[in-house]
Design a binder for this molecule. Structure first.
Ligand code: ARG
Length: 491
């Protein structure tokens, strides 16, 4: 037992170190950054669209899109390169990871080129100067003047942002609460969970302009130049690409394009943004969400089932060295998968395996959930098979059937009847748990609801809608499964 444990951990260690080594060598490759983009014909920009006027979600010609001055900057860079811009939305704290693992070619997200970030990525020249403000409830005006007035209170800031770090460093007696999205922070502010939200001044102004109940106050943070300027981030070592982008950025600065064109254009979207905030208006977004949720669930249940059958057979293999090894491996797999959170597995497949093969988010999500589900299904099947009376195996074998034939034609059909209810549960669980893949940007229900939330600035309504939708999905599924279960009992 001890030996096995040592072996197991040795295996684990090799895996982990192998991956770390790969991440570091991937960056040291020669600089083909520019030619790579030119060959590909697209420039993928990662951004966190919760930050008007930098980037935000707006309905353009009936379609929800990411707009804002950063998108205009991205378009300019892409155009000067002679390629097409593709915008990929994700949470702010995933952006630099996505850049380092090649999921995106650049990050434009109102990002400050701080020395700490410079250690891991390269930055272009700056295209804009911001400065920090704090958004508060208008009713609290007069109570809070700047960052120092929040003693005994809570300031919110986006996780991974400079505001989060500075709020922690430069306030005392104040709780700093981090959340992944600025829109959620604003909701927390409005429901008085927190008393202020630190963000860039232009964003503060945009939120205030959009919402009569909010006000902005100066932050009075002590900031260095790199803390207040915005730059485009590129993967470390992509000097050729950075140099090329700098030409575009320099022109933007020289001709004052941000103030003259990009910001006014963004302002227009901000105004049209709140015209129709009825949830019915967004039925298409929710429908897409349902579609993806179902695709992920059905595919994962299918592949998970196949994997589960294989794993359970491997776990029951007896005899010989090969079979023992197989059994041991399958057991280790099941234990490992069940012992780690699905969320971590999803991120590992997307970002980690992404270093070897660059899988799209949807595929990564399906793979991760199938791998996860397989481990659970294996256990259900094993239980189901074990519950089939041993006498039936003996009867089949004495009729001259091989052990494989016995398994396939005698045991499995009977076992399936026992397993069915658990499989049904697994299906229903996956409808709900597939929501985890929203973190890697798959357009399932949660992801869509987040888009609707940032598009409408309404926090609760979209959540209520998807709650009902999830229930309709799981309830219908369980009725259908029950029907088949009853039919099986009749046989
Ligand atoms: N400027 C801050 C930073 O670099 C926050 C930027 C937040 N951007 C966003 N799109 N939410 O950390």
């Amino acid at each position: 037992m001890k030996k096995r444990l040592v072996l197991f951990f040795a295996l684990l260690l090799t895996l982990v170190t192998g991956f770390t080594a790969m991440t570091t060598t991937a960056n040291a490759a020669t600089d083909n950054s520019l030619t790579k983009i030119e060959k590909k014909g697209t420039l993928v920009m990662g951004t966190s669209p919760d930050y008007p006027p930098y980037e935000f979600q707006a309905t353009v010609h009936g379609k929800s899109q990411v707009v804002g001055m950063d998108v205009a900057v991205g378009k300019k860079i892409a155009k000067d390169l002679g390629v097409k811009l593709v915008v990929k939305s994700m949470s702010f704290d995933s952006l630099l990871v996505a850049l380092q693992t090649g999921k995106v070619d650049m990050v434009i997200s109102g990002m400050n080129p701080t020395p700490a970030r410079r250690k891991n990525v390269d930055f272009s020249h700056t295209y804009y100067q911001g400065g920090y403000s704090i958004v508060i409830n208008k009713s609290d005006k007069g109570i809070y003047k700047d960052k120092d007035s929040f003693v005994g209170k809570t300031i919110g800031a986006q996780t991974g942002s400079t505001m989060y770090n500075e709020s922690k460093k430069q306030t005392s007696g104040t709780t700093v609460k981090g959340m992944t999205s600025v829109s959620d922070l604003i909701l927390a502010l409005q429901s008085h969970k927190i008393q202020g939200v630190a963000m860039e001044k232009p964003s503060a102004q945009a939120y205030v302009a959009n919402n009569k109940e909010l006000a902005a106050i100066p932050s009075n943070f002590n900031l260095s130049a790199s803390d207040t300027s915005a730059s485009v981030a590129f993967a470390k070592g992509s000097t050729a690409l950075v140099n090329k982008a700098n030409k575009s950025v320099d022109q933007i600065k020289r001709e004052n394009l941000v103030n003259k064109q990009y910001l006014p254009a963004a302002g227009k979207y901000l105004k049209t943004n709140t015209v129709n905030t009825s949830m019915f208006h967004y039925w298409k977004a929710f429908l897409t969400g349902i579609e993806y949720t179902l695709i992920i669930t059905v595919c994962s249940v299918f592949f998970g089932f196949i994997l589960g059958v294989l794993l359970s057979l491997a776990r029951m293999a007896k005899g010989g060295v090969f079979k023992t090894a197989l059994r041991w491996l399958a057991t280790a797999y099941v234990e490992f998968i069940r012992g780690t959170p699905m969320m971590v597995q999803v991120m590992f497949v997307y970002f980690g395996l992404g270093l070897i093969v660059n899988l799209p988010a949807l595929t990564s999500g399906i793979i991760a959930i199938s791998l996860n589900s397989g481990a659970y299904v294996a256990e259900y099947i094993r239980g189901g098979i074990n519950s089939v009376d041993n006498g039936r195996t003996e009867a089949a074998r004495s009729l001259g059937m091989s052990s494989g034939t016995t398994m396939r034609y005698v045991i499995l059909p009977q076992a399936l009847k026992n397993i069915w209810p658990s499989l049904g549960n697994e299906f229903i669980t996956l409808i709900k748990d597939s929501s985890i893949v929203s973190i890697i940007g798959v357009s399932e229900l949660i992801f869509q609801s987040n888009i609707v939330r940032s598009d409408t600035y309404r926090g609760v309504a979209p959540i209520a809608v998807i709650m009902v939708l999830y229930f309709i999905l799981t309830f219908t599924a369980s009725r259908i499964l029950n029907y088949f279960e009853r039919r099986m009992q009749h046989d």
